[in-house]
Design a protein around this ligand. Structure first.
Ligand code: FAD
Length: 462
C-alpha cells in the first residue's frame, strides 16, 4: 500500500461503524482467511462493514487510493475471489440479517448472510429459498452466479426467486434493481456475478417447504459404477419435481451409518431427497434397491434445515481445493465410461465428483430471462473437486481434476460451465455467456466503466 493510503487508514477507521483490519492487527489473519486453505492472500486493508455507509466508505477509500477491491460474502469461491493481495477486502459478514414477511412469502437478506442464516429464518415459517446444499456457503456469491441445490427442480435457481437487490455501485450510489426499476441491472445481477457492485440486500420470493423432508442414500462400489450411472440416467429425469437426486462419486466417510468394512471405499452414492409424502419417497428407494442392491443404505425423515447441513462437515473450512465443472445433456455410455474410469483414480478420500440435476422448474425459465451463463435445457451440472488436508497432497488431486475434465469434454456441453465453480483457470468469459455477453458488457460499462469489480468471472466494460 502507498504511504497516502496508510495515512488515510485512520480516517477510514473513524468513518466506519464496522471494523478495519490492517496487517499486524489482532484478527487480521482471521479476516483475510477464505474457505479454500489453498488461497493465502494479504490485503492491505480489510473493512468489515456494518452498514451500507461502511461499504461506501470502503469503496471510496479504495478508489481514492487506486487500490484493487475484492468483495467477501461467505468466502467460499474456490478461486479466492473474496480476497486480494495489497488491496481492499470488503467483508460483508456482519450484514447477515434476514427478515421474513411470511404472509407475502418474501425475505430480505443481508449481502453477507450465509445459507444457514437464510434457512433458519425462513424455516421458522415453513418457507425456503431454493439455494445451495452446504449451509456455510454465502448467499451473496451463490446467488449472483445462479444458485443450485435440492430445490432447483421445484423452484429453479436462486436467481429465479430473486425479487430485488440493493446495490452500491463503484461510484458510491445506492441503487435498487428489480423488474420495474433499473431492469437492465436486475437482469445482469442474476447470473453476472459480482461485476456490477456490492449487493447489500437481496429480496427473495419464498416457497412452502418442509419443515420435515425425506432423505435416503444408497451406496455402491465403483466396480458397479456403470450400472449405477445407467440406473440413475433411467430413473432421475423421470421423477416428479418433488424428488431430487444427487449422484456423488466419493469415498464412503467413516460415519456411524456406514458399516466399518466400507469406510473410505470409493463408489457412487445416490442421495434421494423427497419433498412430498414419505410413502412416495420409500417407493423410489425401493425401486433403486430392487434394480441394483446397494452395499449399504441409510434413510430417514429430517428437518429441511438438517438436510441443508448434511454436507457441512465433509466440506469444512480448511481443505486445500481445486475444482472444475461442466454440464452434460445426458449420461451417455461414452460419458459414463469416462466418469467411472476417472473416479477410480482419485487418491484423496476428500475428492469427489458430484452431479446436480437441473430440469423441471429450472427449465421453465426462458434462457434470456436472466444473465445466467448456461442454457436452460434439462441437464446435469457436474463438479470435479480435488481436495486434500495438506498442501503437498493437492498437486495429485489437481492433476486428477484436470485429466478427468479434459477426458469428459467431448461428452459435455461445449464452452459452458457453472460460473460459481469454474475454479482457478475459469473459462473464456465471452464463450461462457455466449449471446448474453455483449449486453452484459454494455451494462457493465454503465455501472462500472473502470472495472473496479474485477476479482470475479470478469466482464470487460464495452
Ligand atoms: P465469496 O468467495 O465471498 O464470493 C464469491 C464471489 O461473489 C466473489 O467474486 C465476490 O466478490 C462476489 N460476492 C459475494 N457476495 C457479494 C455481494 N453481496 N455483492 C457483490 N459481490 C459479492 N453453489 C451452488 O450453486 N450450489 C451449491 O450447493 C454449492 N455448494 C457449495 C459448497 C461448498 C463447500 C463450496 C465451497 C461452494 C459451493 N457452491 C455451491 C459454489 C458457491 O456458489 C460459490 O463458491 C460462491 O462463490 C460462494 O459465494 P460466497 O459468498 O460464499 O463466496
Amino acid at each position: 500500500m502507498t504511504q497516502t493510503a496508510e495515512r488515510g487508514i485512520g480516517d477510514l477507521r473513524a468513518a466506519v461503524g464496522g471494523v478495519v483490519f490492517t496487517p499486524g492487527d489482532d484478527g487480521y489473519d482471521d479476516a483475510r482467511r477464505v474457505w479454500n486453505a489453498g488461497i493465502d492472500r494479504r490485503p492491505g486493508v480489510v473493512v468489515r462493514c456494518a452498514s451500507v455507509d461502511d461499504v461506501r466508505a470502503a469503496l471510496a477509500f479504495a478508489v481514492g487510493n487506486g487500490l484493487e477491491v475484492s468483495v467477501r460474502g461467505g468466502a467460499h469461491n474456490v478461486a479466492g475471489g473474496a480476497v486480494v493481495d495489497d488491496g481492499v477486502m470488503i467483508d460483508l459478514s456482519l450484514l447477515n440479517q434476514v427478515s421474513v414477511d411470511a404472509d407475502a412469502k418474501r425475505a430480505k437478506v443481508g449481502g453477507g448472510a450465509l445459507l444457514a442464516d437464510l434457512d433458519a429464518a425462513t424455516q421458522a415459517h415453513g418457507l425456503a429459498v431454493p439455494a445451495g446444499m452446504v449451509s456455510h456457503t454465502g448467499v451473496g456469491g451463490l446467488t449472483l452466479g445462479g444458485g443450485m441445490g435440492w430445490l432447483s427442480r421445484i423452484g429453479g435457481l436462486t436467481i429465479d426467486n430473486l425479487v430485488s437487490v440493493q446495490l452500491v455501485t463503484a461510484d458510491g450510489q445506492v441503487l435498487r434493481a428489480a423488474a420495474d426499476e433499473n431492469a437492465d441491472l436486475f437482469w445482469a445481477v442474476r447470473g453476472g456475478g459480482g461485476n456490477f457492485g456490492v449487493v447489500t440486500e437481496f429480496e427473495f420470493a419464498l416457497h412452502a417447504v418442509g419443515p420435515m423432508v425425506q432423505y435416503g442414500l444408497l451406496f455402491w462400489d465403483v466396480a458397479q459404477g456403470t450400472e449405477v450411472l445407467r440406473l440413475a440416467r433411467d430413473v432421475i429425469p423421470a421423477l416428479s419435481r418433488e424428488f431430487n437426486v444427487v449422484i456423488a462419486g466419493l469415498s464412503a466417510p467413516p460415519l456411524p451409518f456406514v458399516p466399518e468394512q466400507h469406510h473410505f471405499r470409493t463408489g457412487y452414492a445416490l442421495v434421494v431427497t423427497g419433498f412430498g409424502s414419505p410413502e412416495s419417497h420409500a417407493e423410489v428407494l425401493d425401486r433403486l434397491r430392487t434394480a441394483l442392491p446397494p452395499l449399504f443404505e441409510f434413510a430417514t425423515p429430517m428437518p429441511y434445515v438438517a438436510l441443508q447441513q448434511t454436507l457441512d462437515e465433509p466440506n469444512a473450512w480448511g481443505h486445500h481445493v481445486y475444482e472444475k465443472t461442466a454440464y452434460l445433456d445426458e449420461l451417455t455410455d461414452g460419458a459414463i465410461g469416462v466418469l467411472v474410469e476417472h473416479l477410480g483414480r482419485k487418491q484423496s478420500p476428500l475428492s469427489v465428483n458430484l452431479f446436480y440435476r437441473l430440469d423441471e422448474a429450472y427449465s421453465e425459465v426462458p434462457d434470456d430471462a436472466t444473465a445466467f451463463a448456461g442454457g436452460r435445457s434439462p441437464r446435469y451440472a457436474t463438479f470435479m473437486v480435488g481436495a486434500a488436508l495438506a498442501p503437498d497432497q493437492l498437486a495429485a488431486e489437481r492433476d486428477w481434476v484436470r485429466t478427468f475434465w479434459s477426458a469428459l469434454q467431448p461428452h459435455a456441453i461445449a464452452g459452458e460451465g457453472y460460473v460459481n465453480a469454474l475454479g482457478a483457470e475459469g473459462l473464456d468469459t465471452s464463450t461462457l455467456y455466449g449471446a448474453k455477453y455483449d449486453r452484459l458488457a454494455r451494462i457493465k460499462a454503465s455501472y462500472d466503466p473502470a472495472n473496479l469489480f474485477h476479482r470475479n468471472t470478469n466482464i470487460t466494460p464495452a
